[in-house]
Design a protein around this ligand. Structure first.
Ligand SMILES: [Zn+2]
Length: 443
């Protein structure tokens, strides 16, 4: 049975020594990949390598046998919806972070479409204080671009950055107002923070509920076309090019948007992109099998899009993998396709699903891990996501060959909405340490 420790910020023993023995230590940022040992002292990495002083093993309070397993920086998921404050019957900081660490994630970035939205210093104070009390992992958050995410008036981005916002987005909704986007980029330039867009032209989406294509035709429901995403990305890049600043495309789903990012990168513009596991794993055909559990925004797309996203991961156009973890209760999904809520849970399945890219020889393990550690860290100006002497000890121990079947009933999330229920996968997090404390242990 997996064990959870108390929230990581409590009862930290500053003298605690944990010794990880004989792991394959991978640090994508420094290109380190060797069998060796690693020592945690208090909340930091004291040392690691293949030639440590034997004395440390004798001093250790705990020795963890890591033979055959990979020790990597804790994963960073820069897109989660933990529904706190406002919809804590679907998820809260405690259940969401427990679910995250069970998936090997040690840092999450919450999206600001809570209730109230994260558009004030007060809401950031709430998050910080509550996280300190109940969270199993580091909880970071984006601030809103517009007040109450109404898309009308710019929020106080300067004050929000000082309160801890790692970037800005109105995710859940796009910023439709181009002038507001222009002003956000001005702040981005001056504050050195990222502006992240849920790229969707709402007029083109036209209240569609799944991808516009054969499946939407078969089911007789209104579809969301690819241009709904790509038109918005092209517009944003044009504004970015004129103003400056930094742009990040959330949950890229189409080959056209990907191509726009590729061209912008070739021009030397400051753009990054992420993809969610469901978009490179599934197509809209999954809606025929899973119904509303396969309804999310942006929607699952065509096979052509899926293949393009995998290429984008390979050639570096896509920098990061992020889940868009969007918990919903049964009532929100137990509805006709048109009326059900958008979204799936994802933090417990990100690592095993992403490992498919490694098992299918699409990415090497260091390349794959970079997209869930140092790359997302860079986007949010964080120095987490690396194994380095003196760094905060956020670590995940991975059994890459463990075969298992995803069972959504066993999720630690309060919500179970996943189309991956019953999927056979290979690899999982077996131990997660946050700031030197083992918060999840399923060894
Ligand atoms: Zn979104």
């Amino acid at each position: 049975m997996p064990q959870f420790a108390l929230p990581f910020a409590s009862n930290q023993n500053p003298e605690q020594i944990i010794y990880f023995k004989s792991a394959r230590i991978i640090d994508p940022k420094s290109n380190y990949d060797k069998i060796g040992d690693l020592i945690i002292y208090g909340d930091k990495i004291l040392d690691f390598g293949d030639n440590l002083l034997p004395d440390w093993q004798n001093k250790a309070h705990q020795i963890i046998d890591c033979r055959g397993k990979v020790l990597a920086p804790g994963l960073i998921d820069i897109q989660v919806h933990f529904r706190d404050p406002g919809q804590t019957h679907k998820e809260d900081l405690s259940s969401g972070s427990a679910s995250a660490v069970a998936g090997g994630i040690t840092t999450v970035v919450c999206q600001p479409n809570t209730s109230p939205t994260l558009d004030s210093v007060l809401t950031f104070d709430y998050l910080r204080l509550k996280a300190k009390e109940v969270a199993y992992c580091h909880i970071l958050a984006y601030g809103c671009i517009s007040k109450a995410m109404k898309g009308e008036e710019l929020a106080d981005l300067h004050a929000l950055k000082n309160a801890g916002a790692v970037g800005f987005t109105d995710d859940g909704l796009p910023v439709m107002n181009a002038n507001l986007m222009r002003r956000a980029f001005e702040y981005s330039k001056n504050l050195n923070v990222v502006i992240s867009q849920h790229a969707e032209d709402l007029n083109l989406s036209n209240k569609g509920c799944i991808n516009e294509g054969e499946v939407s035709l078969t089911l007789g429901v209104r579809g969301i076309p690819n241009i709904s995403e790509s038109v918005m990305v092209e517009r944003d890049i044009a504004i970015l090019e004129a103003i400056g600043g930094r742009y990040h495309l959330l949950h890229c789903s189409t080959r056209q948007a990907l191509d726009a990012i590729r061209r912008a990168k070739a021009k030397g513009l400051n753009v990054t992109a992420e993809v969610s596991p469901h978009h490179f794993m599934l197509t809209d055909a999954q809606v025929l099998k899973s119904g509303t559990l396969a309804k999310m925004n942006p929607p699952l797309r065509s096979q052509q899009d899926r293949e393009a996203l995998i290429k984008g991961l390979q050639d570096g156009t896509i920098d990061a993998i992020a889940t868009d973890h969007a918990p919903h209760d049964v009532a929100s999904k137990d509805k006709p396709l048109e009326e059900a809520s958008f979204g799936i849970v994802g933090v417990e399945t990100m690592l095993p699903l992403s490992l498919t890219l490694f098992h299918q020889n699409i990415l090497t393990l260091p390349q794959l891990l970079a997209k869930m550690t140092c790359n997302p860290a860079k986007i949010i100006n964080s120095n987490a996501g690396e194994i380095k002497k003196g760094a905060i000890a956020d670590l995940v121990l991975i059994d890459i060959n463990h075969e298992w079947v995803i069972d959504s009933k066993l999720f630690y999330s309060k919500s179970k909405n996943s189309p991956f229920d019953g999927f056979k996968v290979k690899g999982r997090a077996v131990l997660t340490a946050v700031a030197g404390k083992i918060v999840y242990n399923n060894l």
